[in-house]
Ligand binder design. Structure first.
Ligand SMILES: Cc1cc2nc3c(=O)[nH]c(=O)nc-3n(C[C@H](O)[C@H](O)[C@H](O)COP(=O)(O)OP(=O)(O)OC[C@H]3O[C@@H](n4cnc5c(N)ncnc54)[C@H](O)[C@@H]3O)c2cc1C
Length: 447
């Protein structure tokens, strides 16, 4: 039986182990952290993930979907909290489509337990990859409890070791390896708001809550235990920034001025807030993702994106499925498997990375902007009139359309929406019989 090592037992590494075990390989997973099921959250961080259609499709394909669904809260839209205390609800779809909110830690634990049921998967925790010999697929790792260093050679190594991947770092030193990274000029800090004393929800549970304030924003995600995780996104420095709100008084002033409706819930829950670091958001692109037929980067290690569409894990899960299809098609020809996989997927992940950067600005600036809301209304109307006219958000979150295709479709739709919005058409929309392209499906005329 061929032996595969996966470095990283995060979200993608855990699911990938299942896919590879089911394909008949012996899988050893090396993870530098302790087993999250045996300890309390080490870092005090509690990132929420939203899972969508493509993520679930990849989970369902190996039978893990149901157990994950049980840990999720369905979210049907966003509620925007305006500064003058109004609430604006935007459903994600016209037919009660939902994305699903889950704690990243809970998801990771569930996937580890699911993976462990496969007898050809073995997890080694507290084992940090400290080096790799690419041509021989040899992993050098250190046990972080005992200090012992070991070397293991496998047939292949998959690097699911996240955005700061040491294996990618090694590949970056190879000739003709392209690499770019870009930090967002904003960072975020999280605040946990527990359920009320009578154990009711503090905010509407089936929505993501957003307080868009042009150059900064607050977002709230529901958790299964009826708590909410708030994520405060601010520039690092400047007038309104993490720097300028680092003291309790300045922080209170920020909330009383810009987020007054939530201050009474935030104030009692700031115990650790001022000690926590500001978390960064990074976009990473690189190519190739493979080294010969020996090593493959997968997940955030080769395509980290900013979380505005909530797609990093969804895309990573989808990638496990695509890779497995390539393995099935080309059996033991790993060079072809790796080449086909990375060539198919790279344009999609680049498209997604760019879309996420754009959408981050949309969430922060335009969700509360009247022009944006008007465009969204037009889009929704078009969608109501023709189910094939789907928004970009819809195609990304509720279909498995490739990200590149979603981007192309969006550009056509936006041209059409601009025509309607900018010409101030008293618009009348009617469906055309020719549905060969989105622009043929719907046309407009001014009256
Ligand atoms: C704030 C935020 C919100 C997000 N929201 C969403 C969302 O709503 N929906 C969504 O789909 N995605 C979301 N994401 C993205 C998602 O978290 C990532 O895309 C996903 O976790 C990537 O999985 P991964 O396994 O590739 O990397 P990771 O989850 O980072 O796992 C990498 C693993 O490798 C291990 N590792 C690293 N170095 C070594 C080493 N030297 N030796 C051994 N092990 C090592 C790490 O300990 C870790 O366990 C969000 C991300 C952030 C930061």
């Amino acid at each position: 039986m061929e032996h595969i090592i996966i470095v990283g037992a995060g979200l993608v590494g855990s699911l990938l182990s299942v896919y590879l075990a089911r394909a008949g390989f012996k899988v050893s997973v090396y993870e530098r952290n302790s087993d999250p099921r045996q300890i309390n959250l080490q870092s005090g961080r509690s990132i929420n993930i939203t899972l969508s259609e493509r993520g679930f499709q990849a989970l369902d394909a190996v039978g893990a979907g149901e157990l994950v669904r049980e840990l999720c809260i369905p979210v049907y839209g966003r509620i925007m909290h305006t500064q003058d205390d109004n609430l604006i609800y935007q459903p994600y779809g016209n037919n009660k489509e939902a994305i699903y909110s889950i704690g990243r830690e809970d998801l990771n634990k569930a996937l580890l337990s699911f993976a462990e049921k496969h007898e050809n998967i073995e997890f080694s925790f507290n084992q940090k990859c400290i080096d790799i010999d690419l041509p021989t697929a040899t992993l050098k790792s250190q046990n972080l409890k005992t200090g012992e260093i070991t070397q293991v050679q496998a047939d292949r190594i998959f690097a699911a070791d996240g955005a700061y991947s040491p294996i990618r770092y090694k590949m970056q030193r190879l000739k003709r390896f392209n690499y770019s990274q870009e930090y967002l000029d904003q960072g975020y800090k999280e605040i946990m708001i527990p359920a009320r004393d009578d154990s009711s929800w503090v905010l509407d549970k089936n929505a993501i809550h957003i307080w868009p304030r042009d150059n900064f924003m607050l977002i709230g995600f529901p958790n299964l235990d009826k708590s909410f995780t708030l994520s405060l996104h601010l520039p690092y420095e400047g007038d309104i920034s993490h720097d300028s709100t680092a003291s309790p008084d300045a922080f209170r002033n920020l909330f009383e001025t810009y987020f007054p409706d939530i201050w009474s819930l935030v104030e009692p829950n700031l115990t650790d807030y001022f000690k926590k670091p500001v978390e960064a958001m990074i976009t990473i692109k690189c190519f190739p993702w493979s080294y010969q037929d020996k090593v493959l980067l997968i997940g955030d290690s080769c395509h980290a994106i900013v979380p505005s569409y909530g797609q990093g894990a969804n895309a990573g899960f989808e990638n496990c499925q695509l890779l497995t299809k390539c393995i099935e098609q080309h059996t033991a020809d790993w060079q072809t498997i790796f080449k086909e996989y990375e060539t198919l997927r790279k344009p999609d992940m680049d498209a997604l990375a760019d879309l996420c950067l754009e959408h981050f600005t949309v969430l922060r600036k335009m969700v509360g902007d009247s022009k944006f809301l008007e465009r969204t209304k037009i889009e929704r109307k078009l969608q109501e009139m023709n189910s094939e006219f789907a928004s970009l958000y819809y195609n990304i979150s509720f279909t498995c359309m490739s990200y590149s295709e979603a981007l192309r479709t969006e550009r056509t739709h936006q041209d059409m929406i601009s025509q309607i919005a900018e010409n101030n058409m008293k618009w009348e929309i009617f469906v055309q019989p020719d549905r060969t392209s989105p622009s043929n499906m719907v046309s407009t005329r001014s009256s």
